[in-house]
Ligand binder design. Sequence first.
Ligand code: NAD
Length: 303
Amino acid sequence: MKKSKILIFGGGGFIGRNLAGTLADRGDLVYSFDKAIPEKRDRRIEYIAGDFFDDDHLDDALEGKDAVIHAVSTVNPGNSNKRYMQGYGRDFVQSVKLCEKVLCNRQRMLFLSSGGTVYGNQEAQPITEECFPLPINHYGNVKLCIENVIRTFNTQLHTKMRIARISNPYGPGQDYTKGVGFVDAALKRAMEGEPIEIWGDGENIRDYVYIEDVCAMLVSLLEYKGDEEVFNISSGEGMSQKMVLEAIRELGLTTEIRYLDKRSVDLPRTVLDNRKIRGIYDGRIRSFKEGLEEYYRYLQKGI
Ligand SMILES: NC(=O)c1ccc[n+]([C@@H]2O[C@H](COP(=O)([O-])OP(=O)(O)OC[C@H]3O[C@@H](n4cnc5c(N)ncnc54)[C@H](O)[C@@H]3O)[C@@H](O)[C@H]2O)c1
């Protein structure tokens, strides 16, 4: 069988790097595009150094590829209300250009959108893909704008570009100091004997999902041939920050907590309904406890 050539924009990031490994494990030919070639490389992966915002770099990288993963974002939920013009002026515009190129080349594409920030504050939980999105910040709205461009292109042209609304991934390769990742922050800080900061009362509920499970679900979505466009990628399990801390203590670690003022960008509850992706993904999704233990064992080897 012919191997697929899959290009990942943002291949050096947390999700991109893990996904590159999962695709390489399957025997796909993986091309990881990022700002620089990493020092630690996987021999099975071809690395491309380039600028996502340079059209010529995009064209060169896209040439001859069967499928594309769009995993670049230069804003995050914490900074997007300050840097919103960067989100709209750069991330959004360049994503539109990427869609156009992908469609001209008749390639498949998977766009990594966000669950919680796109849906915003929803009464009905777990949140299904049919909910009316109410983005809580500009990061979520930039994602939604890109999603809408994808949907609009999909009404006119040959192929379906897919949208993955990912909940809260955690696991190897995450770096909470970039501004996202409570589980990563709490576990690493507990291991280092450092205090853990929580904005609010620790009762905010999130749908944490282990990165390996995220990648396995994304691979099923990449292979999916049906008409659906948007899929939640989640565990479907709601955990408050206090529950996460309790699970960390069950690993035998002590946790020192510092409660800070609540932030307006944080939602009280986000749990994503994953029945739709489960309809095309028949693998297992780890429980939070299992994923945390696995990540802890991984960090113990490296720290
Ligand atoms: N991590 C999460 O919690 C999460 C949740 C939902 C959705 N997402 C989305 O998934 C995608 C990947 O997330 P992540 O956590 O891996 O992010 P990340 O920041 O770890 O990775 C993004 C990568 O994009 C690269 N990049 C940025 N600007 C670039 C440029 N001009 N040219 C080339 N490469 C560039 C960065 O160097 C980085 O390696 C993002 O779009 C993010 O919004 C992430």
